[in-house]
Write a protein that binds this ligand. Structure first.
Ligand SMILES: [Zn+2]
Length: 234
């Protein structure tokens, strides 16, 4: 696909924990030559930079509290004002709440509209997937029991362990928290022409292809239906 002026891909990827949206976002960004912006990374950057926002974020995290919407929005706004997002970006981990989504719409005023892709995976499939996940106790490499049946790390030979937060009860609780907090985001976005849901209960390569196809479909539709400047496609 040719990226032309005005067709910046401003992509938000939604999906429950374990759906692989981080990996998919990184792959998509690399393939399209645009930055992948994860809120974890920009928070760390802000703290390291020692900026006013970074100092506030550090104080909040050191107090063991979650960075609130207002501060998170300010940090994302600052990141999206940098020049490297002119050709587009992939946002990972933001927005997490409807309040953040409303603020993001405001930040996007005057820019190519967001494309929002929801990677949908049934809870039972996520629980089964995470139950097969193992992490190397020595080097931290993640793998699946399907790939390492001898329960040794393929990279360093270390012992593979089940992370305590990958046990079924913890995973189900995490999914419930996700459903409560983040599901309303899908409702917020789902009526837009630039929203698509893709089936995430497939191999990472298949999900990546479906994600790319969904973005292309939105761009094609946008190009075909482009109205005079000023049209508002909420
Ligand atoms: Zn290892």
């Amino acid at each position: 696909m040719t990226v032309t002026m005005g067709s910046a891909i401003n992509l938000v990827v939604l999906g429950p924990p374990g759906a692989g949206k981080g990996t998919q976002g990184v792959e998509f960004a690399r393939g399209h030559g645009i930055p992948q912006i994860s809120t974890g990374d920009i928070l760390r950057d802000a703290v390291r930079s020692g900026s006013e926002l970074g100092r506030r974020a550090r104080a909040t995290m050191e107090a063991g509290r979650l960075v609130d919407d207002e501060l998170m929005i300010a940090i994302v706004r600052e990141r999206l004002d940098r020049e490297d997002v002119a050709g587009g970006f992939v946002l990972d981990g933001f927005p997490r709440t409807v309040a953040q989504a409303v603020a993001l719409d405001e930040i996007m005023t005057g820019r190519p509209p967001l494309i929002v892709i929801d990677i949908a995976v049934p809870d039972d499939a996520l629980v089964a997937r995470l139950a097969r996940r193992r992490v190397c106790g020595a080097c931290g490499q993640a793998t699946s029991v399907d790939l390492s049946p001898e329960s040794r790390c393929g990279r360093c030979g270390g012992e593979l362990v089940l992370r305590s937060d990958d046990t079924e009860s913890v995973v189900r609780e995490r999914l419930r928290v996700y459903a409560d907090a983040t599901r309303p985001l899908v409702d917020y976005y789902s009526q837009r022409p630039s929203f698509r849901a893709v089936d995430g209960d497939r191999s990472p390569a298949e999900v990546g292809a479906a994600l790319a196809a969904a973005v292309d479909a939105v761009l094609a539709e946008r190009a075909a239906g482009r109205a005079p400047a000023g049209e508002s496609r909420a």
